[in-house]
Design a protein. Structure first.
Ligand code: SDX
Length: 425
């Protein structure tokens, strides 16, 4: 039921158009603009800056105050007290698991981490220097060729099985991308290891020797997974929802999300930050790059800075910076030159009128790459890690979409092309 009403008067219309206004539990009220169509009108919002595309209960962002809640729990508390698989359960089911529920969930995920043996054949078709995100788009989409037993999107049990399979297998596929790129054999997952430990062993272990996972790095990996798990209706999540609205199978929808995430304006920014820090090279070059970022005629932007929603610090960036200091300190590389450049860059930018006026702050991608590099992960794998982490967000939104009556997403347009004309006689 609408809480309030909006009335729109339009030149040329005799009467005002009455539009229902709904209030959520948090955040801005929304105006239901659907009655506009009956009056021959559309809304116009390129980039969806002011558009609520759906109703959701999963994640809430207060951009002005730098608040991020997952099912009501602040990201800072989850990063500190929870672990990634518990956050996966929370995002998917809406509540934190009991000890018994968590044990059952973790066991189920751990026992579904292997991929079909034939899937490894797909990798052989790629060049060794293929970008791992290109490979992930391919192999994740191909998963639907292996799981015909759980593709009924209207069956909640099938949707749960798909979610579990994706959570379980993404680290295996991600590590396979890396192993393929360096010509090493794929490592099978070990069911007795934690999610973060398993991933690091599949990345850096070899069949020739036992691999001892560094618990500090495993914890840092798990925290990075948590910080990237979900973020409301961002570009890749919106892509997954739109693909899902056509009835496409979940694996194809997640592959679409991976493709959307790859862009440097979105999840590709973490890789772009490290490339930018490499390009800056030395702190004395920072002023030159700050000026480039401010120059409207220069396409260069300060990667890892700015956000469509946050007009304050991205709360994930604060936790990421703290984790960065912890991990590099424990590894004895707190004086890492790129970390020093990043900190100076942040300090200068936060004091510069251009960034202050536009409320541009570091986002989740600004420090994540420095930690990933310290863990030993190559730059071209950073966005793969983001995709691995965000899979739970994508599949939770996909599941939420299919859990209630829905319709195919089909935006309209403002047409400014040619009016009808005849083909020359
Ligand atoms: C992610 O949506 C999500 O939630 C995404 C994400 C998630 O978890 O899913 O949080 C993950 O994608 C984080 C963002 C990673 N991207 C980057 O770090 C790339 C660098 N950032 C920019 O490309 C930009 O800030 C965006 C894309 C993130 C946001 O762009 P918007 O909302 O379209 O903002 P805008 O381009 O309208 O910028 C407003 C102004 C412009 O200047 P003016 O036209 O007002 O003069 O700020 C400027 C922009 O030029 N600006 C920047 C800048 N970001 C914005 N100028 C320099 N450097 C930047 N980074």
């Amino acid at each position: 039921m609408a809480d309030k009403k909006a009335r729109l008067t339009v030149d040329g219309l005799d009467e005002a158009i009455e539009l229902p206004v709904y209030s959520g539990t948090e955040g801005p009220d929304v105006i239901d603009v659907r009655p506009l169509t009956g009056n021959g009108l559309f809304t116009y919002d390129p980039g969806f800056v002011s558009t609520a595309a759906c109703e959701s209960k999963i994640t809430y962002i207060d951009g002005a105050n730098g608040i991020l809640l997952h099912r009501g729990y602040p990201i800072e508390q989850l990063a500190e007290k929870s672990d990634y698989l518990e956050v996966c359960y929370l995002l998917l089911n809406g509540e934190l698991p009991t000890a018994e529920q968590k044990e059952k969930f973790v066991n189920t995920i751990s026992n579904h981490t292997m991929v079909h043996e034939q899937l490894s054949q797909f990798f052989k078709g790629f060049r060794r220097d293929a970008h791992p995100m290109a490979i992930m788009c391919g192999v994740v989409g191909a998963l639907s060729a292996f799981y015909h037993d759980s593709l009924d999107i209207n069956d909640p049990h099938h949707r749960e099985v798909c979610a579990y399979r994706l959570i379980a297998k993404m680290p295996t596929l991600a590590a396979m991308c890396y192993k393929y790129s360096i010509g090493q054999p794929f490592m099978y997952p070990q069911n007795n290891l934690s999610y973060g430990e398993n991933f690091l062993r599949m990345m850096f272990g070899t069949p020739c020797a036992d691999y001892e996972v560094n618990p500090v790095l495993a914890r840092a990996m798990d925290r990075i997974f948590i910080l990237h798990a979900d973020h409301e209706q961002n570009a890749s999540t919106s892509t997954v929802r739109l693909a899902g609205s056509s009835g496409a199978n979940p694996f194809a929808c997640i592959a679409a999300g991976i493709a959307a995430l790859w862009g440097p304006a979105h999840g590709g920014a973490n890789e772009a930050v490290l490339n930018m820090l490499d390009e800056i090279g030395d702190a004395e070059n920072i002023p030159e790059f700050i000026e480039k970022a401010k120059d409207p005629n220069d396409p260069f932007r300060l990667m890892g800075f700015g956000h469509r929603v946050y007009r304050n610090f991205d709360p994930r960036a604060k936790v990421m910076k703290k984790t960065c200091d912890e991990v590099l300190g424990l590894l004895g590389i707190e004086n890492d030159p790129q970390l020093q450049i990043a900190k100076q860059l942040e300090q200068i930018a936060l004091e510069d009128e251009y960034f202050v006026k536009r409320k541009l702050y570091p986002n989740v991608d600004f420090y994540s790459g420095i930690i990933l590099k310290a863990i030993g992960i190559p730059t071209n794998m950073f966005t793969v890690i983001f995709a691995l982490s965000r899979t739970i967000g994508w599949i939770s939104h996909w599941n939420e979409f299919h859990s209630s009556p829905n319709k195919i997403g089909r935006p309209r347009q403002l047409y400014t092309g040619e009016q009808q004309r005849d083909y020359p006689a």
